[in-house]
Design a protein around this ligand. Structure first.
Ligand code: BGC
Length: 419
């Protein structure tokens, strides 16, 4: 069992849209309501974390955790372009204060997949205006809360749109089975395309293919994402120079089988290496790993026969986290924070076992001199797993969908004993 120093950031992570409920000004909310939506169900009240954050934060503190990674919802803070909402600004001030009162370090993410509807109407994550819009919001957050924060993640999984584009392409070519991207997206639906959904998108966003953050991204969109990160980092540093800034990446443990070596290098470059120039000035990298991907000569291979499978249909492979940390540390020289690592399972003993192996890997990396400063389990709560709805249970804490009652699991106490 791993043991971390007292100042190691040990916590859990959530994202606003997945837990708060009624995030009505966001692109996701609108897409969930569409008659021909690809979402299996709408987010609705989610976990009502917007109202119950104090109870949830207290649960983490009671278990022994000392940090909480959560996201601020841009669509709440800036529901209309250039208009900042004071009530919502006060809400997140309360959340930050509550973390501190409970002895938890707040690690804030500015963007976790969801965007204001107005941004998507302007062209979203393919538009040249987005970096400026994102930096304005980032500056506002740094000005409002900067004195209370030590860490800001600009974008969650900046590479997700590229990963989705790659897998969508592979599905298109019938090379792999769906379920490989590290997030709950119904890729087959996405690829089939639905003319009725396209009409609904046209009515709301003015385009049949809205460039939301988790759309298949073009190389131009990838540039926009990098520019948005750099612009936000600059704005944050101008407003609050003491804050450590980074972004997070979805990183598979990419492993080549014989013959797949060249393809595996290509895959890793798309997922990680080509971002090194824009990350060179970051203080830290948020590493997010859930499993491994085996690569053959033509790309991703199915999960090996007989392997244990999680609810997300990827392989149970907690060893992947340490492999990824070691790999990124060769090229990225800032601090590393595991901003997400977790498993969707109904069997909480497998969750505790997963955490045990993964965190032991982290402890070994630290013993070998890697600058790993924190570990955040995904997720604190059983929550809204995007297009896959509420069926995926990643949480350290169960949530009764009727009553919203919290049910802390043994894995929460286990995580808390590691420091
Ligand atoms: C995302 C989360 C998601 C988790 C589990 C990550 O890709 O950041 O929003 O819920 O994976 O799929």
């Amino acid at each position: 069992m791993a043991r971390f120093e007292k100042d190691f950031l040990l916590g859990a992570a959530t994202a606003a849209h997945q837990v708060e409920g009624n995030n009505t000004n966001s692109d996701n909310w609108v897409q969930e309501q569409m008659a021909h939506s690809s979402f299996t169900e709408p987010s609705g009240n989610a976990c009502d974390h917007y109202n119950r954050f104090a109870e949830d934060i207290a649960l983490m503190a009671k278990a022994g955790l000392n940090a909480y990674r959560f996201s601020i919802e841009w669509a709440r803070i800036e529901p209309e372009e250039g208009v900042f909402d004071e009530k919502e600004t006060a809400h997140y001030r309360d959340v930050i204060r509550c973390c501190k009162d409970n002895g938890l370090e707040p690690i804030v993410t500015l963007h976790h997949f969801t965007s204001p509807v107005w941004l998507i109407r302007k062209g979203g994550w393919e538009a040249d205006t987005t970096p400026t819009d994102f930096a304005r919001y980032a500056r506002y957050i740094a000005e409002q809360y900067g004195s209370e924060l030590q860490y800001i993640c600009t974008l969650n999984e900046a590479n997700m749109g590229i990963q989705i584009a790659v897998v969508a392409q592979q599905i298109f070519q019938a090379m792999v089975a769906a379920g490989k991207v590290q997030v709950g997206v119904n890729l087959e639906d996405l690829m089939k395309g639905n003319p009725l959904l396209a009409q609904e998108n046209m009515a709301v966003f003015g385009t049949d293919r809205p460039a939301v953050f988790v759309s298949p991204r073009t190389p131009h969109g990838d540039e926009i994402v990098m520019q948005a990160h750099a612009a936000a980092r600059k704005a944050i540093r101008e407003a609050a120079p003491h804050i450590k800034v980074g972004w997070t990446l979805s990183l598979h443990d990419v492993q080549a089988v014989p013959g797949g070596e060249a393809k595996a290098v290509e895959e890793w470059d798309q997922e990680f290496s080509h971002y090194l120039p824009v990350m060179a000035d970051d203080d830290f990298l948020g590493v997010q790993n859930y499993s491994r991907t085996l690569i053959g000569p033509n790309g991703s291979l199915p999960v090996p026969d007989g392997a244990e499978i999680t609810q997300m249909e990827y392989e149970y492979y907690p060893e992947g986290l340490a492999h990824v940390l070691r790999r990124v540390a060769k090229d990225f020289h800032g601090d590393l924070i595991v901003t997400e690592n977790g498993i969707a399972t109904a069997d909480d003993s497998r969750r505790a076992a997963f955490i045990d192996t993964a965190t032991q890997g982290v402890a070994d990396c630290i013993a070998d001199g890697l600058p790993v400063k924190g570990y955040f389990y995904w997720s604190l709560l059983d929550n809204f797993e995007w297009q896959k709805g509420y069926a995926m249970t990643f949480g350290l804490v169960g949530v009764n969908r009727e009553t919203q009652q919290r049910q802390p699991k043994a894995s929460l106490s286990f995580l808390g004993t590691l420091r």
